[in-house]
Design a protein. Structure first.
Length: 177
């Protein structure tokens, strides 16, 4: 089954041991490219592995790559665009949801361009508990290096006009019935 623009889908993030980590219940497909999907959501339910549920607070434009070890969520707030980059396996769509494996490490990029690497302790703990292989750790670290280069170069999708264009498309699709 193929993804189609305008389709509502679910996003599921797993951990290395196969357990479900987090689910975004409804997102709208904005673009389907050969190497990535672009989806958006706003005020959607998110369900955590422990059963906690919460609503997202702002529009988010999400970039899920089929061949890169990260994904990018651009959160559009009144104070600017914040990017949350998850180091994760390449994503796939299996007819049920867009799925990937979350490998703990994250990079938050602020509207002023400053960045913060998050969850290094969680990565270290999970790499031991879930027995990440040396090869996997190399790929995860390469994913981190790659996303940091993209961020520092200001490459797609770290461009305000790209995010604004997708946001306008999302608003337009939501007003079509």
């Amino acid at each position: 089954m193929k993804l189609e623009v305008g389709q509502n889908i679910t996003i599921q993030s797993y951990k290395h041991d196969g357990t479900l980590h987090r689910t975004w219940l409804t997102s709208k497909v904005l673009a389907v490219h050969q190497d990535h999907f672009v989806v958006a959501n706003n005020r959607t339910w998110v369900v955590e592995a422990d059963g906690r549920r919460w609503f997202t607070r702002e529009p988010a434009i999400c970039f899920f790559y089929t061949n890169r070890w990260y994904n990018v969520i651009a959160m559009v707030r009144k104070t600017g665009i914040y990017y949350y980059c998850n180091i994760a396996s390449p994503s796939l769509y299996d007819g049920e949801a867009i799925k990937n494996i979350d490998y703990d490490l994250d990079v938050k990029v602020f509207p002023d361009g400053n960045e913060l690497i998050l969850d290094e302790d969680e990565y270290i703990d999970h790499s031991v508990i879930m027995e990440y292989s040396d090869e996997l750790k190399e790929v995860i670290e390469l994913g981190m290096d790659n996303i940091l280069k993209v961020i520092h170069n200001g490459d797609y999708p770290f461009k305000e006009d790209v995010i604004q264009s997708y946001l306008e498309q999302y608003i337009s699709l939501n007003h079509q019935k």
